[in-house]
Design a binder for this molecule. Structure first.
Ligand code: DP6
Length: 332
């Protein structure tokens, strides 16, 4: 039988830990940006990826989630606004919380606050689900380790598996049908001078979410066939570049991997194009800066915004070069 998310919860949560051990719990998780992307699932229900991926977490940019129990339906507040019950976000959170209700009729009050622009390609679902899992762990006193938290976060959103950890993080694709070998863990490489900044072009909600776009790409893009081998090669090269603190190779692999991912989407039917004219302007500016000798690279996810990768000592030149746009730096 194919395991369901409920089976995974049952396998990981201690049986005597189905009741809250405290009245409320709060947790934070950082957002993360992939340097080698996750794009495509081998199992939609468990969010099991086709390939491994590698990311950098964004320090204090992420999500705070506070949880407590209540009688009746779930009440979800995001950035100070109560969300309608029928919003897609509430439905997604509620169906996730179904796995942990101590009894029928038991609801949750979820108060979430993002310190990163929501739904603009800034991976707020990743930090949101990772923080939610950490808050659940506190509320119910599960005391799960990082691997188990990462597996549970993945059930909410694939990239949330990586937001359980700080710094450089690898999510192993795994091959087991129940996904118990598909979890993230710290890469074990510290690179204090590596910087990722967000170039904010639009805070608008994106047209098509990453989940649907990913599925459409897998199902219809003739270029998707080349993606697993591309990631395999990029992962190997990225890891060696990071271990050697080789910034030129790190940036080059990140940039080409992001562009390859977007190429698979462009070839989908109907096509998926997240770029806005401003996104292309930023990409071209990054290339121009490189041609002038400033070592800076970009990556992009399922949204119009661009993220730039550089080293601490070149920050003044990078900021100056990109002064036309809003520059958001983690831990600034
Ligand atoms: C482009 O993790 O949002 O940001 O698993 O369906 O929730 P679901 O998808 P999600 O996809 C993230 C895609 C990406 C690349 C990445 O973060 O690796």
């Amino acid at each position: 039988m194919i395991p369901s998310p409920a089976d995974v919860f049952r396998a990981l949560i201690p049986p005597n830990r189905r009741e809250p051990v405290q009245a409320s719990a709060a947790a934070f998780a950082p957002a993360n940006i992939a340097l080698v992307k996750y794009w495509g699932k081998r199992d939609e229900r468990l969010n099991l990826p086709v390939t491994s991926s590698l990311s950098v977490s964004l320090g204090k940019l992420g999500s705070d989630v506070r949880l407590c129990g209540r009688q009746g339906r779930d009440v979800v507040t995001l950035n100070g606004k109560p969300l309608p019950d029928d919003s897609s976000f509430v439905r997604r959170v509620s169906s996730y919380l179904d796995f942990c209700r101590p009894a029928a009729g038991w609801g949750f009050e979820v108060t979430a606050r993002n310190t990163i622009p929501t739904a603009a390609g800034f991976a707020s679902s990743a930090s949101g689900f990772a923080a939610l899992v950490r808050a659940l762990d506190g509320l119910f006193g599960w005391h799960l380790d990082g691997r188990a938290l990462s597996i549970l976060a993945r059930l909410g959103s694939g990239s949330a598996s990586r937001s359980i950890f700080e710094g450089l993080v690898e999510w192993h694709a795994g091959c087991a049908a129940d996904g118990m070998d598909s979890y993230a863990e710290p890469l074990g490489v510290e690179w204090a001078d590596l910087r990722m900044a967000l170039i904010v072009l639009s805070r608008a909600e994106k047209g098509i979410g990453s989940r649907a776009a990913m599925q459409r790409t897998v199902e219809t893009s003739p270029l998707y066939a080349a993606w697993p081998a591309t990631v395999h090669r990029d992962m190997a090269e990225m890891k060696s570049a990071l271990q050697e603190r080789d910034f030129t190779r790190t940036g080059a692999v990140a940039e080409r991997n992001a562009l390859a991912m977007h190429a698979t989407m462009l070839a989908a039917s109907p096509p998926v194009l997240y770029w806005q004219p401003e996104s292309v302007r930023v990409m071209q500016k990054v290339w121009a800066l490189r041609a002038e000798g400033v070592p800076v690279y970009f990556t992009m996810d399922a949204g119009p915004n661009v993220k730039v990768l550089y080293l601490a000592d070149t920050e003044p030149a990078v900021r100056e070069g990109l002064a036309d746009w809003e520059f958001v730096k983690p831990n600034a």
